[in-house]
Design a protein around this ligand. Structure first.
Ligand code: NDP
Ligand code: 8X3
Length: 254
C-alpha cells in the first residue's frame, strides 16, 4: 500500500525539502501552504515521481482547514504521516518593543494552526494505525532561552509539550509523535523573521555552515521510516558551529 504524507508549509524550506525527499521514496503527498504558484510548481515537478494533491491553505483558517480536510480525495484520505511544519518567527526585538499583531500571528500559526491540522487529521492517522506518525517542527528555542525569542520560543515550548502529551493519548493506536528541534538552519525563515532584510539574512548565516532544509528532510524521513515499534520522542539538532552563549549579567548596579 502506498504511504501518504500531509505536509503543512510545503512552499519553502523544510516542507519543500520534505516533499522532494518523500516523493523520491515513493510516498504520495498532500502539500499545503498559502502561495499557490509555488504549490503548483512543486506539484508539477513531483508529479512525475508520485501522486500529489495541493491545498492552498492558511493554517490559521480553522474553517478552511476543516473544509479542505473533510473533502480530501479518497486517494489521499488514509494518511501515514503528518508533518506539522508551517510556522514562523517575526522579529528579534525585545518584548517591550514588540508589536502585538506579530505575537498574535506567531501564536495563531505555530500553536493554533498546528492544533487544527493535528486534531482534524488524527482520525485518518489512527485509521492507518501501526507505522503512522506525526512529526512536529519544534525548535531549540522551545528549550533554550535567548534574547528576542520570547513568544516564538514559547510557541515552540508549547509544541514540545503538546507532542509529548499527545503520545500518551495515542497509546494503543500505533501512531507515533516526534518533536524535531533544530537550531540554525538556512531557509526563508530568517527572511520572514527580519521582514525581508537580505543583509540581516546574510549576516545570520555568514560563515556558520548552517543546517540545510535537505538535512532536516533526511532526518524526518529517517524518523518516519523507523520500525513501527519505535517512537523517536524528540530530536535536537544544531550545526557544529552553534553552541550556547552562556549567562548574561547586568553589571549596572551601583
Ligand atoms: P520557511 O519560511 O522556509 O517555511 C515556512 C513554511 O511555513 C512556508 O512553506 C510557509 O508557506 C508556511 N507557512 C507560514 N505561515 C503559514 C500559514 N499561516 N499558513 C500556511 N502555511 C504557512 O521556514 P522553515 O522551513 O525554516 O521553517 C519550517 C518550520 O521549522 C517552522 O515551524 C519553523 O519555526 C521551524 N524551524 C525553523 C528553523 C530555522 O532555523 N529555519 C529552526 C527550527 C525550527 P506559505 O508562506 O506559502 O504559506
Ligand atoms: C529557529 C531556530 O535559534 O533561530 O527555530 O530560534 S532559532
Amino acid at each position: 500500500m502506498t504511504s501518504t504524507l500531509f505536509i503543512t508549509g510545503a512552499t519553502s524550506g523544510f516542507g519543500e525539502a520534505c516533499a522532494r525527499r518523500f516523493a523520491r521514496a515513493g510516498w504520495s503527498l498532500v502539500l499545503t501552504g498559502r502561495r499557490a504558484a509555488r504549490l503548483q510548481a512543486l506539484s508539477d515537478e513531483l508529479s512525475a515521481l508520485t501522486d500529489v494533491h495541493t491545498l492552498e491553505l492558511d493554517v490559521r483558517d480553522r474553517h478552511g482547514m476543516e473544509q479542505a480536510i473533510a473533502t480530501l480525495p479518497t486517494k489521499f484520505d488514509k494518511l501515514r504521516g503528518l508533518i506539522n511544519n508551517a510556522g514562523l518567527a517575526l522579529g528579534t526585538d525585545p518584548a517591550p518593543k514588540c508589536n502585538l499583531d506579530d505575537w498574535d500571528t506567531m501564536v495563531d500559526t505555530n500553536i493554533k494552526g498546528l492544533l487544527y491540522s493535528t486534531r482534524l487529521l488524527l482520525p485518518r492517522l489512527i485509521a492507518h494505525g501501526r507505522g503512522a506518525g506525526i512529526v512536529n517542527l519544534g525548535s531549540i528555542a522551545g528549550t533554550w532561552p535567548y534574547p528576542g525569542s520570547h513568544v516564538y520560543g514559547a510557541t515552540k515550548a508549547f509544541v514540545r509539550q503538546f507532542s509529548l502529551n499527545l503520545r500518551n493519548d495515542l497509546v494503543g493506536t500505533g501512531v507515533r509523535v516526534t518533536n524535531i528541534e533544530p537550531g540554525l538552519c538556512e531557509s526563508e525563515f530568517s527572511l520572514v523573521r527580519f521582514g525581508g532584510d537580505q543583509a540581516k539574512y546574510d549576516a545570520t548565516y555568514a560563515g556558520a555552515e548552517a543546517i540545510q532544509p535537505e538535512d532536516i528532510a533526511e532526518t524526518i524521513h529517517w524518523v518516519l521510516e523507523q520500525p513501527p515499534h519505535i517512537n523517536i520522542n524528540s530530536l535536537e539538532l544544531m550545526p557544529v558551529s552553534q553552541t550556547w552563549a552562556g549567562f548574561s549579567i547586568d553589571r549596572s548596579a551601583k
